[in-house]
Unconditional design. Structure first.
Length: 451
């Protein structure tokens, strides 16, 4: 007999079915047992006219039986299948589970984040944890669909690269046969190159930052939702595209996952029809007037500044998002376009939402000679960037720009999670690659680490 999904049983009353899934819970009363069975489509109660011994939660079983309507007094209004149950004829154990490290049936996991990550295969089965990644899957789907509908083409960027994208030392070196390579800081070079092929492109790509920090908002490996577009009239085309994308994400998450938002006791961030746009220097002045904290003249916003400018945006504009623009040339990567009217500032932006930076983007330099000059200014050799990057500009590149949205960070902030690792399936940071680093090997010498 072919397996049916639990959700399909709603239309199979008084018919025989075969279902399979995980034992969500098991209750025995005398010589009978009740199983709450879970598969990808939902949960259903199974009545078994015998006592089941040694069957533990999360064991994988197959049930053959008849779908029956439950008496009205026994309805479970919290389940879509709460008006039916399965009367089991046969129970087959496909995989017997061991004792779980913690109770995954509680509304909240009452364990620390390190323990949750130590037993990731178990903690991901907790409904509330699983729901995080349902929302995250929707965010990625909306990103992809939104851009496809606007004539963007998806491509797949490599993560092993020959040189550091943004320069500096915050890269992971890799022994590549007899040579040195790096893990990509971003797919930046490749999405710019692809603009010269398809005009509008996007990629969902892993990126790596060797930043020596352990915070609630940073990861060593993260997923970037990257987009790049050619033939722009100005840098404003880029942030307007990003703004529309984020609002589309909010709408779909609110429509599709209202139950999960309620479970987390949150709502999608508030937006305005026109998201406020403020230059960095103006934002710093606003913060000083509101708080007397003086970060004026700094090349970037600090975390408290990001939170304060979002409070201002919500109070003055009814928006929990604000674009901060015109970061100093010395702060942005060498391929960022300067403002012709103010060469010390760039045509770049950050989207700050819920008090945290979500998006970085801007207009890029599309002139080959200018890029070569900037590479020399930062003390690098243009030959190291010619293949494949500069080659595309030597052969002609339209005015273009793009942005990157951090997938884990937007998930974290939509759901109000305390730590970005909660929104990361398998976090990588200074302390962990799946297992805690102290558990999987000896620490290498500092001399070797800097090689």
């Amino acid at each position: 007999m072919k397996r049916s999904l639990i959700s399909a049983c709603l239309d199979q009353v008084d018919k025989k079915v075969k279902v399979a899934g995980w034992v969500n819970s098991l209750r025995s009363h005398g010589q009978v047992s009740f199983i709450d069975l879970r598969d990808r489509s939902g949960l259903i109660q199974v009545f078994v006219p015998q006592k089941l011994n040694n069957l533990k939660n999360e064991s994988v079983i197959s049930i053959t039986g008849t779908v029956k309507a439950r008496q009205a007094k026994n309805y479970n209004p919290s389940l879509p299948t709460g008006k039916i149950e399965i009367l089991a004829d046969k129970v087959e154990v496909l995989s017997l589970a061991s004792d779980l490290p913690f109770d995954i049936q509680k509304p909240d996991l009452s364990v620390s984040l390190p323990v949750m990550l130590d037993y990731r295969a178990a903690s991901l089965r907790h409904a509330k944890t699983r729901h995080i990644f349902e929302v995250q899957a929707t965010i990625t789907q909306v990103f992809r669909q939104f851009l496809l509908e606007r004539d963007f083409t998806e491509f797949h960027a490599p993560t092993l690269v020959a040189t550091a994208t943004e320069g500096g030392s915050q890269v992971f070196g890799v022994d590549y046969f007899d040579y040195r390579a790096f893990l990509a800081q971003s797919p930046q070079f490749y999405k710019q190159i692809m603009v010269s092929i398809f005009e509008r492109v996007f990629t969902v790509s892993h990126a790596y930052r060797a930043e020596p920090s352990v915070t609630t908002r940073h990861l060593t490996e993260y997923v970037g939702l990257d987009a790049e577009m050619g033939f722009i009239d100005s840098w404003k085309d880029v942030y307007l595209m990003a703004d529309s994308l984020v609002k589309a994400i909010f709408k779909t998450v609110a429509d599709r996952h209202a139950d999960i938002l309620a479970e987390y006791q949150v709502a999608v961030p508030k937006t305005a029809s026109v998201t406020p746009v403020v230059k960095l220097s103006e934002a710093q002045e606003i913060i000083f007037k509101r708080t007397k904290r003086d970060i004026r003249g700094q090349p970037d916003m600090d975390p408290e500044g990001e939170r304060e400018i979002c409070r201002w945006a919500e109070e003055k504009h009814g928006s929990q998002m604000v674009f901060i623009t015109h970061f100093p040339t010395k702060k942005r990567p060498w391929y960022t376009a300067p403002d012709p009217s103010s060469p010390d500032e760039t045509l770049s932006f950050d989207l700050i939402a819920c008090g945290v930076e979500w998006i970085t983007g801007g207009q890029r330099i599309n002139n080959y000679k200018t890029l070569v000059s900037n590479i020399k200014k930062m003390g690098a050799n243009p030959k190291d960037f010619y293949i494949p990057y500069l080659q595309a500009f030597e052969y002609g590149m339209p005015p273009e720009g793009g942005f990157c949205l951090g997938l884990e960070r937007i998930t974290q902030n939509i759901l109000g999670l305390e730590n970005v690792r909660q929104a990361t399936l398998y976090p990588r940071d200074m302390e962990r690659i799946d297992a805690r680093l102290s558990q999987i090997g000896h620490k290498i010498s500092s001399k070797k680490a800097k090689k």
